[in-house]
Design a protein around this ligand. Sequence first.
Ligand SMILES: [Zn+2]
Length: 220
Amino acid sequence: MDPWLAAADLALGAACAGCGRVALDLCPRCRAALRPDPRRVAVSPVPVVAAGEHEGLLREVVLAWKRRGHTRLTPVLGTLLAASVCVLGPGDRVVLVPVPTTRRSRRRRGGDLVGQAAAHAARALGEVGVRAQVVPALAMEREPRDQVGLGAHERRANLDGALRRSRRAVPGTADVVLVDDVVTTGATLAEAVRVLVAGGTTVLGAAVVAARPGPPTARS
Ligand SMILES: [Zn+2]
């Protein structure tokens, strides 16, 4: 490790989000182990691609980012998202639409982390020749309950009417990809697709960082 970084780590008391060793965000070993392994996890109502399973190292890193304020991990998460976007096979122009963050999450996380990860994903896609831009085309209409602990039916009911189109227009010539951090039942993505389609936008698919393991039918 760079001696300056090592000194900064010691001074800040920072720990690797994956394994707890001294590191600013991720130690070299965890960074290497976090290579994206994107695959389709669902196809309803649009294809959903996750960069990995929400378990082990990836789960630790996502939780550190979402819940423990490790916002220095945002570029890492953005790179994983970009890998998921590529598997959807977009053309050379892509619009990334982040799933909106509830006020509760924004407070807890200190900002719109999904939107920030999407911005990093757009940059990473640009490096491989895909012109990507982030368009926050969705907004919260009302604050849903916390989804944790809710079953698939309850999640759908909880999200019914929770999202709306924002005033941001989606360019008609680009492939539209929804982005989110973790897919569980897919209820949020399904609602986001429904709102975009109702507004006349075709959605190529959804790209997420991690999918909770389980039978594919449970995520439809
Ligand atoms: Zn580590």
